[in-house]
Design a protein around this ligand. Structure first.
Ligand SMILES: Nc1ncnc2c1ncn2[C@@H]1O[C@H](COP(=O)(O)OP(=O)(O)OP(=O)(O)O)[C@@H](O)[C@H]1O
Ligand SMILES: [Mg+2]
Length: 322
């Protein structure tokens, strides 16, 4: 209560303390009081002017803990067209809707899906999807550097880890744990009782207890071989795969829409099949660079062919060269 009074005039601090009081009442099983307090808090939010939302997320509270582990990032790629399978569009849209109806869903006693695992090979849209997700919802994105987090935990920084998770529990944001493999792998190797394993297990416990205001998204290249104890911690697992021919066509069309070219991009779907989106992106970037360097205004087919060959050579797949 003292904290609540002290936070007078500081809206963020006030809400933080108010949320704490409400969750304490919930823990004490004073459901009626907790619900009534939450309603009052939500109603006061509803009377805030609308313009305080979109565009102002840049000014949302910063994480002020140890900045070695967590970094606020601006989703710099969110403007790119994201190409997804039907299933993934459905799942991601569903999550966005759920977030927008969060209060009503919670009031009905139902849990929200807020802890997500993005799985799949490199360059297939895990990070890009997290960025698009963050900018669509207007939530700030914080990247947790897991390697630093894990090695530091052995020292005296457990409090810093706790503070990151507390931050995500209290502030609506996207907490992005990239290269989650670091955790999933560490459980596999080493002997039963190694120190690292202990650390990783406690991190998993933190994740389990986490109940984010926004979302916690973890990304990994590992597949099903991940320890089931790790899977279990997530409310939703989303698979990202290499693009199929339809997606390749869509990608080429989208990226070439403002560039004059003298070839039918659809006819390249076969030869590009099997590559990741980031390979496709690299091919197009390279072809466009050839055009610029040769002072051309049209992207000629031979630039594309050269760039495709560059990519196959780079990947060691010379037999597929054109
Ligand atoms: N689904 C997609 N739709 C459109 N472009 C994509 C898609 N996936 C990847 N790209 C392109 O490839 C780039 C790299 O993708 P991204 O960083 O999302 O890969 P990732 O799955 O996170 O890979 P990694 O496992 O290496 O972190 C993106 O910036 C974008 O240009
Ligand atoms: Mg990534």
């Amino acid at each position: 209560m003292k904290k609540l009074l002290a936070s007078y005039g500081n809206d963020d601090e006030f809400r933080l303390v108010a949320e704490r009081i409400i969750s304490e009442e919930e823990k004490k099983n004073n459901k009626v009081l907790a619900n009534s307090l939450r309603r009052t808090l939500e109603n006061s939010r509803a009377t805030e002017p609308n313009h305080s939302l979109k565009g102002l997320e840049k000014f949302s509270p910063m994480y002020e803990g140890n900045n070695d582990f967590v970094e606020r990032v601006e989703p710099s790629n969110a403007h790119k067209e994201l190409i997804l399978s039907f299933d993934n569009v459905r799942i991601l849209k569903g999550l966005i809707e759920e977030y927008r109806y969060a209060e009503t869903i919670r009031k009905n006693g139902l849990p929200l899906r807020t802890k997500l695992l993005f799985c799949g090979p490199p360059g297939c849209g895990k990070t890009l999807s997290a960025e698009v997700f963050s900018s669509t919802l207007g939530l700030p994105m914080f990247v947790v550097k897991l390697d630093k987090l894990i090695s530091s935990y052995l020292g005296e920084t457990a409090t810093n880890i706790r503070s990151i998770f507390e931050f995500a529990n209290n502030k609506p944001c996207i907490l992005f744990l990239d290269e989650f493999d670091a955790i999933a792998r560490s459980r596999e190797d080493g002997n039963e009782h190694n120190e690292l394993k202990r650390v990783v297990n406690s991190l998993l416990l933190f994740i389990e207890r986490l109940s984010p205001k926004g979302f916690m998204i973890s990304a990994t290249n590992l597949d099903k071989s991940i320890d089931p104890a790790v899977w279990r911690r997530f409310d939703e697992v989303i698979w990202f795969k290499h693009p199929d021919k339809g997606m390749i066509k869509k990608f080429l069309k989208s990226r070439l829409k403002n560039i004059h070219h003298d070839f039918d991009s659809n006819s390249y779907a076969d030869v590009l099949n099997g590559l990741s989106f980031s390979s496709l992106e690299r091919i197009l970037n390279q072809a466009i660079k050839y055009m610029i360097i040769r002072k051309q205004r049209i992207l000629h087919e031979n630039y594309l062919v050269d760039a495709i060959n560059d990519e196959y050579r780079r990947n060691g797949g010379v037999e597929k060269m054109l």
